[in-house]
Design a protein around this ligand. Sequence first.
Ligand code: PEP
Ligand code: MG
Length: 755
Amino acid sequence: MNTNVTGPRVLLRRLREVMAESLGAQERLNTIVQHIASNMVAEVCSVYVLRADEVLELYATQGLNPKSVHVSSLRIGQGLVGTIAATARSLNLADAQKHPAFAYLPETGEEVFNAFLGVPILRAGRALGVLVVQNQDHRTYRDDEVEALETTAMVLAELIATGELEGLAPKGTTLDLSRPLQMSGVSLSDGLGLGKVVLHEPRVVVTNLFNENDAQEIERLREALNKLRVSIDTLFQSGEVAREGEHREVLEAYRMFANDRGWNRRMEEAIRNGLTAEAAVEKVQSDNRARMLRQPDPYLRDRLNDFDDLANRLLRELVGKPHGEAAEGLDGDRVIVARTMGAAELLDYNSPGLRGLVLEEAGPTSHVVIVARALGIPVVAQVPGFVSNAERGNEIVVDGDDGTVTLRPQPDVQSAYFEKSRFREGQQKQYEQLRNKPAVSLDGVEIDMLMNAGLLMDMPQLEQSGAVGIGLFRTELQFMISATLPRPGEQEELYKCVVDAAGEKPVTFRTLDVGGDKVLPYMQMAHEENPALGWRAIRLSLDRPGLLRSQIRALLKACAGGQLRLMLPLVTEVWEVEQVRDLIKREVELQTRFGHEMPRSLELGAMLEVPSLLWQLDELMKAVDFVSVGSNDLFQLAMACDRGNANLANRFSPLSKVYLRLLRQIVEKANEHQTPLTLCGEIAGRPLSAMALLGIGYRSISMNPAALGPVKAMLTSLNLGELEKALLPALDELEGDTDIPALLTDFADKHNIPY
Ligand code: PEP
Ligand code: MG
């Protein structure tokens, strides 16, 4: 066997020539195995390619029986070759036949060979096939030979990934790389999105594998590594850490990896074996991925993402491609696939072709998810490992109704989804027809249907959804997607645009509701044991009067000459409202003195989210101009049930007797005092729970714009008097245990009410 260190270099040079020649796929593969065998002085060199049915098929050989090509095959995990593919790990054996996994394939005539070296053909850590050399004598291959064969396997990975071998697959089979894949996650935004994958962090595709000059490539690598280290240090120092979602811990890990000598050494070794700097980064990264994916320790597996990010950054340094080109060159419908992503980054992709979002990590209250909902695109999250399976341009379906993502769907699956999407579009059209119809029940009860909003881009929905106004404008969203605290002028400008866009329709602005799970990247917040019960919303605003005053000032100016409706989140005691009223009064006096025009009318409301207000309902109803029930927080606080805890998600129902009774008490008090009342939590946006709200007396509800259609369809099929007759006695009963959700679904079914 050739022990010459220049061996792999010569081989790579040969392979480069072979790749450039115009050959058929089989011929190219045959020539490659011949070159490898001769360069490594091996009697056998074979390539096995993994098919979608998890079978490794012999695609080319030098030294085994040529008739076994496209005939011999092993299942993944079977024999030595199957073991290598299953573990993504090389096997180096002096006497292959003694290995417990050895499986004899008589048609190949391999019984005379003893020494065996097999390496996985890896791409992004996934085995796409196996490359094997064999010799008759009993020997163990040296480390540099293993390294050389692994490097050579990269050329084959490229050949497989470009799809060149696809045509060689026997009829009815496809290669693993085009295998359909369905994964289940958590739906964070409803809807169905079909399109092509855009990787938010695009993998840099290394096309130039072979180097001309080791020293030059090593220099390039060192320069890039230096730049990478500097850029990480800069990130550390800048205030952008949080904006990019890169928490300090992750950056610490980056910094550690970037200075890791082993990583550095292995990349330089790969360059000395003939690879370019970028191919060396890719090779070492692929090895790392394969190794880390085998780790049982979840902490170490998590670090894989950090390593991946770092290698990607390094590749970008080398090829000089900054972020932001992810979607370039992909026309038509697109689905963004990312590990994590900031809200502002999603806005950069916003265009008519944006159809969905898949995130490996995100929770329902992640800012990016709030923005995606506002954009009306489906989101599926918590699908670990999805990014590494997706290739740019792959077909993908995001089903935000059942929380699944399907990659490279088979044609029949794709057309089934296509049908589903057409059906949804049809439904949407029906809802559009309802848009200008009055929101009145079958028995003539009129309901105020309002929408929730938070960004300027929500405003066109006001017209499209047919909502009669904005019942909740979440002002914190502007604060959450900004890199720095929005200046008063910026706040005023946004509010002015919102009021202008709303025209005659009323807008209810909510003062800043931050703290708890709504974090501002630029605001230092102390760690809290119970953030939901902590320093948040109106509590924080009252303790930071400067912040509150500048927001109120911006709102007063934006609504000059018109109407300002303002409400306060998380009020616990009535005096909090009084304090804000005083503050507003002083601000109005001051601004008037400066000659600024003030709103013609000003109404101040409170959100009813904290159960303590239930024992101050009389005082509250008198102290405010209106009340809006924040049923999300009210439910969480009244039932002691964390809104984001998946283990509790189905334990208690907002349609239970206890919660509906509580909500009904509020209506009764509001009616008694004639205080206008709205409800703006999530339950207003689901037809069945909205129906329950109407049944207990709510006449004004505010919801996601996308929910207006389905809720109006429910309302216009509902006889409210009949519902009250069925529901109210059940809520009043002291004995018996009527299942209220079941009562509601039965009622809807019996009366053909869509829900
Ligand atoms: C609520 O709590 O119901 C509400 C509308 O406010 P948010 O969801 O923004 O906390
Ligand atoms: Mg709330």
